[in-house]
Write a protein that binds this ligand. Structure first.
Ligand code: ZN
Length: 312
């Protein structure tokens, strides 16, 4: 399976339009050691000319337009993309659905709660119903395998299966109280565990770090794309950008005694390749000359960048 990182930043991208933190300021003036980044977007391909989008970023139109493999190649409407799998209803994860609305029949997988947030409370997403056939929603049943691409023959291993792993995060702030009270909290944020040809990929760009289901999913995986949003728990508070800690925002920070880098992973039969993604623009890891960047590499993690390609 091929995996493309089309975008590697958290919401706002890097640099962020209204931010003048040391990172954003330095990259604008051309003195930053590291590339700019668009908002997190991953595409996976289990077979040629077939791509699945993991979430739909606010930068999706530009991301698709900059990669010929993701564009129509013959005929008038033969996009290699028809399926999107969502990890949450966060703006960063769903806004790109509106870029895909051009009367293209779409197939969207999400938890029932995420689907209800988008279809019952946010009427703008009804624009997806205009295609013929209209958007087709499919529910993830938590911790159950869902067939995303059937195998080519009975018993063949070339299908694509996905398991939604509940990560116990929060629903976005914009969800109204009445709807929120009727939703199952386990369906707010999920990690996506893919199985293809007996290899496993875990995608968890938001990792609240609560409970142990994500440890299990990580240990099972051959490759994991994990939440690299914040270095410090109080990163946004120190930058004067929020009163919320990283953990309160649903992101396990990288540093600290209980941060992601120090988690006591039990390595299973295969050593998991761990790649961080979804970096906030304030994260010092983005600076390739920083001690934090070095610390991440020394802890055995790779750092995703726009245009990174991975193979599984
Ligand atoms: Zn910034």
């Amino acid at each position: 399976m091929r995996i493309k990182v089309l975008g590697s930043a958290a919401g706002g991208g890097f640099p962020q339009w209204n931010c003048n933190c040391p990172n954003c300021s330095a990259i604008r003036t051309g003195v930053f050691k590291g590339p700019p980044r668009s908002q997190a977007q991953v595409a996976i391909s289990p077979k040629p000319s077939t791509w699945f989008l993991l979430n739909a970023s606010p930068d999706l139109r530009l991301q698709l337009n900059s990669d010929p493999e993701l564009q129509p190649s013959s005929g008038s409407a033969d996009s290699p993309i028809s399926t999107i799998l969502l990890t949450s209803a966060d703006v960063d994860c769903v806004m790109g659905l509106l870029h895909l609305r051009e009367f293209h029949p779409l197939h969207i997988f999400s938890t029932p709660a995420v689907r209800r947030i988008l279809t019952e409370e946010n009427s703008i997403f009804r624009v997806l119903l205009r295609s013929n056939p209209p958007v087709r929603w499919e529910n993830f049943l938590l911790d159950h395998l869902t067939s995303v691409l059937p195998p080519s023959a009975p018993g063949a291993k070339d299908g694509l299966f996905c398991k939604a792993v509940p990560l116990l995060g929060n629903f976005p702030d914009f969800v109204g109280d009445a709807l929120r009270q009727s939703l199952s909290p386990e369906e707010a944020v999920v990690g996506l565990e893919f199985i293809h040809k007996e290899k496993r990929l875990l995608y968890a760009p938001s990792l609240p770090g609560v409970g142990d289901s994500w440890h299990r999913a990580l240990e099972e995986s051959d490759l994991a794309l994990l939440d690299g949003t914040f270095w410090d728990d109080d990163e946004l508070v120190a930058a004067g950008r929020s009163h919320k800690s990283a953990r309160k925002m649903g992101h396990l920070p990288l540093c600290g005694a209980h941060g992601l880098l120090r988690q006591p992973f039990h390595i299973g039969k295969t050593k998991t390749r761990k790649v961080l993604i979804h970096f906030n623009n304030t994260n010092p890891v983005l600076n390739e000359d920083s001690p934090e960047h070095l610390a991440v590499r020394e802890a055995g993690f790779e750092i995703a960048y726009d245009g990174m390609e991975l193979e599984l």
